[in-house]
Design a protein. Structure first.
Length: 270
């Protein structure tokens, strides 16, 4: 029997590559995104697409009900929907900050709530939460994005230990730099939001330095293959990391002091 997979944020990047790869490997895949038309390229692979917004509870509930009506179960949830909002903490409006948390944290948590009853009943399931190395190491000017990813790390750790007795695995994926539209959107927003602020010069230096690294970013397919490996592992690890600078960054966070890491970031903006 084919496992039924539900992937949020499947209209581009990691979500799209993962939906394609899992469908090619025999999974029954449902992909969700706000704009259904952007998932048309997945249909030839057998991916079934659903319109869904992770800040709309009715939309999420409806998507889960549709899959359950069609398949009778959801075996694997891949919480991939998310975005990066960069801006100086002093300048970012609370409206924008709340929206960042709604998408990246509360949408993830709500989808987990919706699939867990069925998983518990069958005593089987896997919930894959897409975090980031940004959930372990925080840079200047990305406070709300980092807050959302740090929250996903803690939420997943708690959830993993709550649901393990029911045969459910919770797996964190921590990508490094991935070649998607994420970087340009995040840093363009930083420059715009800092235009009239005291942080303008430092923000421009920071975004310029990080934009230069984007040509080295990894293909999203690397993360798709990592997810496939994780969900097929008999005893999956709590965390998997891959992509540009993922492992070096995690190594630095583990072994270098806060003072040393702060000095590295300050050197960029001075």
């Amino acid at each position: 029997m084919q496992s039924v997979v539900f992937i949020s944020g499947a209209s581009s990047g990691i979500g799209m590559e993962t939906a394609r790869l899992l469908a090619q490997n025999g999974y029954t895949v449902y992909g969700a995104a706000r704009r259904v038309d952007r998932m048309d390229s997945l249909k030839p692979y057998g991916v079934k697409t659903i319109g869904m917004d992770v800040v709309d509870d009715k939309s999420m509930t409806g998507a889960i009900k549709e899959i359950l009506a069609n398949e009778g179960r959801i075996d694997i949830l891949i919480n991939n929907a998310g975005f990066g909002f960069y801006g100086v903490i002093e300048n970012v409006s609370m409206t924008d900050a709340r929206y960042q948390m709604e998408v990246n944290v509360f949408g993830t948590a709500r989808l987990a709530q919706l699939v867990l009853p069925g998983m518990r009943e069958r005593r089987f399931g896997k919930i894959v939460n897409i975090s980031s190395i940004a959930g372990k190491m925080a840079t200047p000017f990305g406070g709300w994005y980092h807050a959302s990813k740090f929250a996903i790390e803690g939420l997943s750790d708690s959830l993993r230990n709550e649901v393990k007795p029911f045969g459910i695995d919770v797996i964190l994926i921590e990508p490094g730099g991935i070649a998607t539209e994420w970087s340009s959107i995040a840093f363009d927003n930083l420059n715009k939001s800092s235009e009239q602020s005291a942080y303008k010069e430092a923000a421009i230096k920071f975004s310029t330095a990080f934009k230069k690294t984007t040509r080295k970013h990894s293909d999203p397919a690397i993360i798709a293959r990592l997810i496939l490996h994780a969900i097929e592992a008999k005893h999956p690890k709590a965390r998997y990391a891959a992509g540009y600078m993922a492992k070096p960054a995690l190594w630095m966070r583990r072994w270098l002091s806060d003072r040393v890491i702060d000095a590295l970031f300050l050197k960029i903006v001075k």
